[in-house]
Ligand binder design. Structure first.
Ligand code: AMP
Ligand code: MG
Length: 532
């Protein structure tokens, strides 16, 4: 049961409830039915939309409108992302732009929809989730020809809201903004955040909190759960349409191939293997890897109870609702494989008319996932350890380091950052991270021995390591302090300062020492709460 369901106070308007029928939403045709209108909408031309999902996937969404935000105010605007997307930053952050970002005004060309999806949440299947508090405004194509979804999150109830209020609170939206932009700066594929606006209305969780809307930018919002929605209804024709659309949008080189659907599955599995390896290498715990939170594009999505580990711990869990540790730090590759298996189940009828044959081909890909993941992880580990030459024993060397770290209270980020000192000939900084540094002694000896195989000079290797091992990550104590000051005191300066630091995670600066430090004495155990 989702935490928000227990906490929500808003009651869905009766007109919306009538659209729900025994847990099934009537999926309106985008062309045949117009979005519901709440009040009169002005259409403003600020983004150049080209809405392929709306156009091509009739029957996969409900055309809908945002709730009115009584007094929208811009809190954060991501100017560099706006520029990257070729959007007019000035007009988007103007009064009229803020009305668009709050959902009060529909930008010209936008066709707001709530997308249908299902999903396994903590292992149990919900045949209907869908955008319960989000609206896809449409898609924009940037100067490089890349297509992006522009989505409002927290913009009011939709036919998929079930018992939820369709809203979002300022803290979790600022948190998503901070985390996804930090992930982007670390080079990890992720949805982005263009802006956060407050609505001028409170939302009710344990207490009244300022309501907010985040504008999310994503390669797409197609999830494993989107396929599950139609597969669960045995609507193979729609599963096929969605697969064809996804291939054209994300894997166009596979279009029309002999075994396009199997290759599509392989490609998604490959992107997920890369993504999860990047998470683990960075010390990131997503926290809620439900199948509705796994994208087909391979981007990280839905920043709820996520966090970065401070001390290395394969069992690290930060989410208050993940009591069984299903989504613990070290579990993530296994869960990705589990989620991909659910995805494969949807694709069986597409892969071959002989379901046994299809299952066997898909199973082969799933069985290869651990090795695929490991190859990406090892490649990342070699980079982190400055090993340019590939040696057979590197996996064992990397595993041995993790075995030594276990239970030693070692700060994961600092350990790898300080490893370049070892390459430069200085070991004390790494040793000081261990409760009992003797454990590391043998390993350092082995590591130094291993470096004799390298041909690149030590200083060049050490500098390359400093470009892949961050010094600044969104540490829990920093995130919490910045969000508390922003929400409780209305002071965004620590938030902006932290964001600035996280935008350059590899560039050490003496003045920013406090941002590189571990949590203060007495901090934790840290618990995050579902991003409501
Ligand atoms: P999440 O846990 O954020 O991945 O969301 C899981 C499902 O719950 C999705 O269908 C969301 O749209 C829905 N949901 C989350 N929060 C709310 C809310 N406050 N109101 C309505 N639906 C919500
Ligand atoms: Mg989700």
């Amino acid at each position: 049961m989702q935490a928000y369901e227990k906490k929500q106070r808003h009651i869905l308007p009766s007109g919306i409830v009538q659209r729900l029928f025994a847990c099934r939403v009537a999926l309106h045709s985008g062309t045949a039915s117009q979005p519901r209108k709440r009040g009169s909408y002005k259409r403003v031309n600020m983004l150049q939309f080209d809405n392929s999902y709306f156009r091509d996937l009739d029957g996969f969404y409900v055309a809908w409108s945002a709730a009115r935000a009584p007094d929208p105010k811009l809190v954060v605007f991501n100017e560099s992302l706006a520029k990257e997307l070729g959007l007019n930053a000035l007009s988007l952050s103007s009064r009229e732009g803020v009305d668009i970002l709050a959902g009060n005004v529909v930008a010209s060309g936008a066709q707001p929809i709530a997308q249908a999806y299902a999903g396994h949440q903590f292992g149990s299947f919900s045949p209907q989730l869908g955008d319960g508090r989000a609206l896809l405004l449409g898609e924009v194509v940037d100067e490089a020809g890349l297509r992006f979804d522009i989505q409002l999150k927290g913009s009011g109830p939709t036919p998929f809201s079930r018992n939820g209020d369709g809203r979002a609170a300022l803290g979790p939206m600022l948190c998503e903004h901070l985390m996804c932009e930090a992930m982007h700066a670390l080079g990890i594929p992720t949805t982005r955040s263009l802006a956060v606006v407050t609505t001028g209305e409170d939302v009710y969780r344990e207490r009244a909190l300022p309501g907010a809307v985040l504008t999310r930018v994503a390669a797409s919002h197609i999830r494993v759960g989107t396929f599950q929605f139609f597969a669960a209804r045995r609507d193979i024709e729609k599963v096929k349409r969605l697969a064809d659309y996804s291939i054209a949008r994300h894997y166009p080189h596979l279009t029309g191939g002999d075994s396009a659907y199997l290759e599509f599955f392989k490609a998604v599995a490959d992107r997920q293997a890369q993504l999860i390896a990047r998470w683990v290498l960075a010390g990131f715990v997503h926290g809620v890897m439900n199948t509705d939170n796994m994208t087909i594009s391979g981007e990280t999505i839905d920043y709820g109870p996520c966090a970065f580990i401070d001390t290395y711990d394969a069992n690290a869990v930060f989410s208050s609702i993940d009591v069984g540790g299903r989504y613990a730090y070290g579990q993530q590759p296994l869960i990705a494989q589990w989620n991909l298996t659910r995805f494969a189940e949807c694709l069986v009828p597409l892969v071959s008319p002989d379901s046994k044959e299809a299952a066997s081909q898909l199973t082969n890909v799933i069985s290869g996932f651990p090795a695929l993941y490991q190859s990406y992880w090892l490649s990342g580990m070699r980079d982190k350890l400055g090993l340019f030459v590939h040696e057979e024993a590197d996996l064992d060397l990397a595993n041995a380091l993790h075995a030594i770290m276990d239970g030693q209270g070692v700060d994961y980020t600092m350990l790898f950052r300080r490893m370049s000192d070892v390459v430069r000939g200085e070991e004390s900084a790494v040793n000081s991270l261990f409760d009992s540094p003797e454990a590391l002694g043998d390993w350092i000896g082995r590591y130094k021995q291993r470096q004799t195989a390298e041909t690149v000079p030590a200083e060049a290797r050490a500098s390359a390591m400093d470009r892949v091992n961050p010094i600044y990550i969104p540490r829990n104590h920093l995130v919490e302090a910045a969000l508390t000051t922003a929400v409780e005191a209305g002071d965004l300066s620590p938030f902006h300062k932290l964001q600035g630091v996280l935008s350059r995670p590899y560039d050490a600066s003496g003045e920013l020492r406090e941002y590189a430090a571990g949590p203060p004495e007495g901090f934790g155990p840290y618990r995050t709460f579902c991003g409501t």
